[in-house]
Design a protein around this ligand. Sequence first.
Ligand SMILES: Nc1ncnc2c1ncn2[C@@H]1O[C@H](COP(=O)(O)OP(=O)(O)OP(=O)(O)O)[C@@H](O)[C@H]1O
Ligand SMILES: [Mn+2]
Length: 475
Amino acid sequence: MRLCTRRRSRTLRLWLLIVFLSLHLLVVSLVLSISHTSCELHSYPDIQTSISFSVQNASASTSTMTAAGSDTQEVEMDITKKFFFLLASIIFLIKTKQQSRIRSTKRGFSKKNAGGFRYKPRGDCFFFAKVRQLCFLCSCKQTLVSTRLTGALQKSGGTQLKLVMSFPNYGQALFKPMKQERHEETNVNLYYFSDFERHNAEIAAFHLDKILGFRRVPPVVGRLVNVIKEIKDITTDHKLVTTFFTSPVGNACFYGQCSYYCSTEHAICGRPLKIEGSMAAMLPDLSFAPRRSWRSPWRRSYSRSKLAQWEMDSNYCDSIKTTPPYDRGTRLVDLIDMSILDFLMSNMDRHHYETFEKFGNDTFLIHFDNGRAFGRHSNDEPSILAPLVQCCRVRRSTLLRLHLLSLQSYRMSDVMRASLSQDPLAVVAPLLTEQHLSALDRRLETVIKTIHDCLQQHQHHSDVIHDDIGDYPGA
Ligand SMILES: Nc1ncnc2c1ncn2[C@@H]1O[C@H](COP(=O)(O)OP(=O)(O)OP(=O)(O)O)[C@@H](O)[C@H]1O
Ligand SMILES: [Mn+2]
């Protein structure tokens, strides 16, 4: 009898082991394939090949378009894939939770993938960073758009109201509510530092950054949020609750606490209940993936009367070029990439940028905080291009991408329009007005002309072009 029970329990254990091992194998292969392909699918595969192909052959096929714009589309997973992904995610989450606890005590992260690190689950936004770019799995967008919200807290720091929203699986997103209609231009008498932050600018900046091939803005999507059910009823912030009220026309409003525009006059109101906003995927917690904040050498003075040094000294770049970390590697051209992005969307508010500490100085710049972009379409701000004008340096890959987006068939405004139409809020109204889209084409011409002027002023192309493609024949 006892022998029989023992034999039965041994068979049972054996079966359990087989089931466990096969499940494990399945999960490992799925996770590996997902984490591998996702970055390929979403990370501008083979940008050099795509661009060189189209520049050489202006009538390039749709494969080039994939690199320029349509790769902003999320990959739709079919039901089976979704099921397996869910299964993999659940087991993976449990495993990663245990691992991350061990790793976070070491204050580091795994460097399993060549030149990259992973993973910190933030909801479904499995995060993956390479030395050169940010990468999120495809389910991330869906999480931001439709996962139930379980918490809303005001984010401390910063000047304007923004909320950290939580998902049931402890994932988080940064919510910036709509403060201004899409067609409204910033009042000309407002200084750049007191301009409103725009939710559609955060969304559009994410798309533009991708189209430019940078991938340095964390994913941002638009979402309609119920002011009462998804903020007031779920927040544990009692001070925030006291700022809710019903407007004279019956809309649910609140204003929160912050140093700019947190008052009844600038209340954030639903229509009557729902309000548009941008949801940005949160990067891993600082304890897991520490970041360093850098003051931009071309930071504005944030004063009504003072000028910054770079505005007074035309040789300013000479000193920056010899100052670490701008004296070596790609830091200077990365900063110039950022100034091109900012000029295109007219963002004057780039006071700081951040990097992941783990990658040291040889890494990309994270382009956070784009809410003050796309304020005025009728005006271009040449001073934003100062790093390019003063240093006359640019990555070859950036120049090629700009050339591509200036071609009739891949016009920047067309690619942006197509890309932005993928956002859930595009059904309410286009994320950028046509005036803003055509401003992009106009500003692109200015950037290209500036680079050509630099080439004329310098004897050798290599003085201007930072060759990050190597074997690509002349730009
Ligand atoms: N997606 C994100 N993931 C993680 N941290 C983020 C994210 N977005 C912003 N942050 C952090 O929060 C800080 C404030 O965010 P943001 O700059 O967007 O707000 P802000 O109110 O415009 O700030 P400021 O007034 O200082 O410009 C950022 O500097 C960054 O450190
Ligand atoms: Mn800001």
